[in-house]
Design a protein around this ligand. Structure first.
Ligand code: SF4
Length: 659
């Protein structure tokens, strides 16, 4: 069976739901359109005021007693104010000032708040803490009181009012953006972007900002409303720019110049309603924008998903591939593409560093698939992440070497490390849905990795290669520009594999690549990984707790327990003749379809906790063959015939092999 037949794309014949462009998604929302129409009308009136207004409110007039507070009439549709001026004309001109103040101040607040929030959330540490202390300081100061003081000092010009409202209005945006950034930066796709080699600025701009944007827009709507209201308040208490007419100014004149006692409601109601009009319009637009910009909120795009998912799973029902017993073995004596020696990793804790990985060593050759297997918490994922120096905060590589084609990854400076990640060694993270950015199309995420490392390829070249890679892993070109949430679990995992292949690495690490997938899709994904490894001449490391995965695609197996590598052997060697007691128990806990009557055995006890690691052999508390020496001395990895095991019981064999 050829590679192509193994990974035939699961073609979908049913019509698919195509994710809408945000603009089209916005135009589908009626309330958003109503809000846009309300704002559009306000803007139109503001811009066209000189043409539409029946009178010029800035023209000096000498009113007579008969002109003041005239009720609405054919001559003055909204009556006149205390100066005998046409209220409708003032309202139209006032829209210019109120909208200008509201939107400009909100824009300033957005710029400051978003920058502070993004940096404080992403950088965290001292810089982030200091930025948030400044934010808290501004947050606890009453805005309005401070505005009144500042405007009174600097003077109530329009520019000063805009700056004061904008500069004091950023704190709520900063706090919201920071909390959202803190949450988003922990997501797998950000982790993946770091692994790809993206800089902090790039990650903030391209990966975090799009997810934070809906929240920012919603908050900006609030800030616009608040800015319009604050300008009105300042103007109402006499701190508005006396040279311009705003809605707040109109209210101020009406209240202070006897409109209430004169019963001139027409001088009060129109500016008040105009403020409500703009606030309501911005709120409706903001809500609709948030929904349009966040594809995960667009439920109608998800409606076709179950059918698509079902189809893909059904069409993926190929027979299980042959066991990899005929997989090409690395040439005798050929140098490994990756050599890991003495890798030792610890995590910070309140009681001091705790060792999570202890003296792990293994080789990986081109075209070889190595399975890293063990129970949860045995250190296999930590080992895999350390190969790319992607340990989570608190993780430290104490010592060891990770030599990739002669280059020690652990000794590289950060800029050189970024160049190595993804171009020489890449990773398929656990949980494909979380490792893909939900607001970017799948093809664009693959192309992004290519452009980051090979800018000379250009946008078109990167897009073309992204599509080719997606097709190679079984995703048709017409699905390439869809968002991750429109993909089924199997397709997302295929997309992650395409992403890992983007820069044609020498080594690919797949961390639990088939978790949460059903058996048929698991088989396809595993076969795809093995085929690609051979096709591209890559070394592949598959991290898994599933011995079935190991049996299906791996050439060699490294068994981990309690942070140590306890046995390493060829797959057939290990399954036929396990040497370490832990490996034997692990194999006896797996169902054997050839012997359905065989009783499964659970391994007694639980894996050791990092803070309670035994002084001797880590497996001693659970080992049925434990003896005195095991409690005090840690067994080294004994070299046997083309395999290794860390158990005192194989010591005589090791001597015999050496001899
Ligand atoms: S060294 Fe001792 S405790 Fe450890 S696996 Fe071997 S026999 Fe069991």
């Amino acid at each position: 069976m050829t590679a192509a037949t193994h990974v035939a794309p699961p073609e979908v014949v049913a019509p698919l739901a195509v994710p809408l462009h945000p603009a089209r998604a916005f135009f589908r929302q009626r309330l958003g359109l109503v809000g846009a129409a309300m704002l559009g009308f306000a803007f139109f009136v503001a811009i066209a005021a000189p043409l539409l207004a029946p009178y010029d409110p800035y023209a000096s007039v000498r009113p007579t007693i008969l002109d003041i507070y005239q009720p609405p009439s054919a001559e003055h549709l909204l009556g006149t104010d205390d100066g005998g001026k046409d209220v409708l004309s003032s309202l139209m001109y006032g829209a210019r000032v109120s909208l200008l103040v509201g939107f400009t101040a909100a824009f300033i607040a957005l710029l400051i708040g978003a920058s502070v929030g993004l940096v404080a959330g992403y950088v965290a540490g001292r810089v982030g803490g200091a930025l948030m202390r400044v934010t808290d300081f501004f947050l606890v100061i009453p805005d309005l009181a401070l505005m009144i003081v500042i405007v009174a000092i600097v003077g109530p010009s329009l520019t000063n009012i805009i700056l004061v409202i904008g500069v004091l209005g950023w704190t709520s945006t900063a706090r919201l953006v920071r909390s959202q950034t803190l949450s988003v930066k922990e997501r797998k796709f950000v982790f993946r972007a770091r692994a790809v080699g993206a800089s902090g600025l790039h990650i903030m701009r391209r990966h975090i900002l799009p997810l934070v944007l809906p929240l920012m827009l919603a908050n900006t709507v609030l800030v616009i409303s608040v800015a319009v209201l604050e300008e009105s308040t300042l103007a109402f208490i006499g701190l508005g720019d006396p040279t311009v007419i705003s809605w707040g100014q109109m209210l101020n004149f009406a209240f202070t110049r006897g409109a209430v006692s004169a019963g001139a409601w027409w001088a009060l109601l129109p500016p008040g309603l105009a403020i409500v009009w703009v606030v309501l319009g911005t709120t409706l637009v903001g809500t609709a924008l948030e929904e349009a910009l966040n594809p995960r909120l667009r439920r109608h795009h998800l409606e076709a998903e179950p059918r698509l998912h079902l189809l893909e799973e059904l069409r993926g029902g190929e027979p299980l591939p042959e066991p990899p017993s005929l997989a090409p073995q690395p040439a005798e004596g050929s140098p490994p593409v990756l050599r890991v020696s003495g890798l030792t990793i610890s995590y910070d804790s309140a009681g001091g560093p705790l060792r999570a990985v202890d003296n792990v060593s293994f080789d990986l050759h081109r075209g070889e698939t190595l399975g890293l297997v063990g129970e949860s918490g045995c250190g296999k994922t930590t080992t895999a992440l350390a190969l790319l120096r992607l340990l989570p905060p608190g993780g430290t590589i104490e010592r060891g070497q990770v030599v990739l084609d002669g280059v020690d990854i652990l000794a590289l400076p950060q800029n050189e490390l970024r160049a190595v990640r993804w171009t020489r060694m890449s990773i398929v993270f656990q949980g494909a849905m979380n490792a893909l950015n939900p607001v970017k199309t799948v093809a664009s995420q693959v192309a992004e990795a290519i452009r980051l490392h090979e800018p000379e390829v250009g946008r078109r070249g990167a897009d073309d290669r992204a599509r080719q890679l997606l097709e190679r892993v079984g995703i048709s070109a017409r699905r390439a520009n869809h968002h991750p949430h429109t993909y089924s679990g199997g397709m997302r995992q295929r997309a992650m594999i395409a992403l890992a292949l983007a820069c044609r690495p020498d080594v690919i690490i797949a961390d639990e690549p088939t978790t949460a997938l059903d058996v048929m899709i698991q088989a396809q994904i595993l076969e795809l990984l093995a085929d690609l490894g051979r096709e591209f001449g890559m070394g592949t490391i598959i991290v898994t707790h599933d011995l079935g995965v190991i049996a299906q695609v791996c050439d060699r197996v490294a068994v981990m327990y309690g942070g140590s590598l306890v046995e390493e052997a060829g797959v057939q060697q290990l399954f036929a003749d396990p040497q370490h007691p832990y490996t034997r128990l692990l194999l006896s806990s797996v169902p054997d379809v050839g012997h359905p009557d065989r009783r499964l055995r659970a391994i007694p006890g639980t894996p050791p906790r990092l803070e309670q690691m035994p002084a001797g052999c880590q497996f001693a508390p659970r080992c049925p063959l434990v003896f005195e020496r095991c409690w005090t001395e840690r067994p080294p990895a004994y070299n046997l015939d083309r395999r290794r095991a860390a158990c005192f019981l194989v010591e005589p064999q090791a001597r015999a092999t050496d001899g």
